[in-house]
Design a protein. Structure first.
Length: 241
């Protein structure tokens, strides 16, 4: 009975030894799979680094936006820095069919300049280039707004970004004091890009090969550590003639 109990005790770890190996394999697989793909902050054409606390709302009825060529496809608005139920910052993103030439951005700025009758209150900056984080060169201009006493009240940067078959106008306006610098608004607009999940196949294949080697090693190690059964076979004593 003692020998039988002892043998059962030795044989018990067999099932338990496989569990740490399987857990290690799962952890290793997860670690190796991480470099295999990269996901953007936001899928699709969108601001990839929205300021903290901003809320995006899709417009049901899209207006013309900054451009006036009438090819509007969709529109959405980011609202931020909300005080007393009123946003101090807004970003209107309008999508248009087809690309937009630099002349269209210049025409949009001139149309805006025609609406500003008194430069003491509204000061429009020149048309300039804005380098986006994805390499696109957008056309942009800045508008400062002052009250009748000359106090700086709000700042807006408008950018027009053109891609192969679509174009966008981005109108970021703010009266939040901590945001009212051209550099700050430019940095927010520059994060606009086509966000899409990318699969890095070289990394995935390398991770799969490493995982296969790791699993083979764990299987070999588990096989070597299996306990040996030392029980002797019981045979009948030979009968003497």
């Amino acid at each position: 009975m003692r020998g039988s109990a002892k043998n059962k005790k030795r044989g018990a770890p067999r099932g338990a030894q496989g569990r740490p190996g399987r857990a290690a394999a799962c952890v290793l697989a997860a670690a190796l799979a991480l470099p295999g793909c990269s996901a953007p902050a936001v899928e699709g054409y969108q601001i990839q680094a929205p300021p903290e606390g901003f809320l995006y709302v899709v417009s049901q009825e899209a207006s013309a936006g900054a451009l006036t060529h009438g090819r509007v496809e969709s529109q959405g608005v980011w609202y931020g820095d909300i005080k007393m139920d009123e946003p101090l910052s807004t970003l209107v993103i309008t999508r248009y069919r087809g690309g937009a030439a630099g002349a269209e951005a210049g025409g949009a700025r001139e149309a805006r300049a025609g609406l500003l009758h008194d430069p003491r209150y509204n000061r429009l900056g020149p048309l300039r280039r804005l380098a986006m984080d994805d390499g696109t060169l957008a056309s942009a201009w800045t508008e400062e707004r002052h009250d009748e006493y000359g106090r700086f009240r709000s700042l807006q940067v408008t950018a027009v970004a053109s891609y192969d078959s679509v174009s966008f106008s981005l109108e970021l306006d703010t009266s939040a004091p901590e945001r009212m610098t051209e550099a700050h608004l430019d940095a927010t607009l520059a994060s606009f890009a086509l966000g899409r999940t990318l699969m890095h196949w070289n990394a995935i294949l390398g991770a799969a090969a490493a995982l296969g080697l790791a699993l083979a090693f764990l299987a070999l190690r588990a096989r070597r550590r299996q306990p040996t059964d030392y029980r002797l076979a019981r045979g009948e004593k030979p009968k003497l003639p």
